[in-house]
Design a protein around this ligand. Sequence first.
Ligand SMILES: O=C(O)CCC(=O)C(=O)O
Length: 277
Amino acid sequence: MPKVLTEDQIEFFKREGYLFPVDGIDKEKCDDLLGAMNKFEDDQGINPGVFKLKGHLCLPETWDLIREPRILDAAEDIIGPNILAFGSRFWVKPAGDGSFVSWHQDSAYFGCDPHDMVTCWLALTPANKENGCLRAMPRSHEVGYDHKESHENAPGEAPGEKKNMLGRGQTIQGLDESKAVYMELEQGQFSMHKERTAHASYPNNSTETRVGYSFFLIPPHVKSTLERRPATLVRGVDEYNHWDTDPVPTEDRLPDLIKMMLAHNAQYTDPQFKQRA
Ligand SMILES: O=C(O)CCC(=O)C(=O)O
């Protein structure tokens, strides 16, 4: 018996590779998270959106957020009762600055085997066509695409502008964009997509910053193909022990945690780490 999704939604997700909208957290909690994010930037001089994989280690609020029952219930309906947060991050897209996300499959870069990860993308602000909501390519999870790595090809941008929010500018070329689905969300709702679902987003053409938070969730049988890495068990038990354990974030550890989060970025953007999508 599923916890929050209907049988039809689960079937749709398995067939199409994405699902939205699902009700997540209330708007006040979104605003609190945005406040905590901005305070971190004021205090540390770094926006937490910089941390590409370990956003849950930078704030007590994100450490709690990755255990959000409503989101884990939906993930459980897809990947089962034992869940590791292998990563999570803020996606901060300022108004009018041209930042975008090129078409990509996370399976080509995340170093997970098998590709059973599910991403839940939580809208901390509303996400819509105007401000560059996430777009998904239906059924693209059936194919492993080649990715070209380049920061030179941002549509409408001069070469080398680095407006692509992806670490390596990884891009699938030649997809039929007319088939893409805009996953518009109200504040506090979330979308879900598979590890191999091609996804992307356009620049934010509104007047407000768009912020989302991705949960990268795996069942514990998934191995790391890069090397042993840490993750956080957020539900159930891990009987496989393929992953080390993320450190519990505390205020006195923050300087070391910032170094660690940046080191995880470096690994994610290191060209030697790549796998078949
Ligand atoms: O927030 C975006 O625009 C992109 C998000 C994304 O690529 C992801 O969650 O995997």
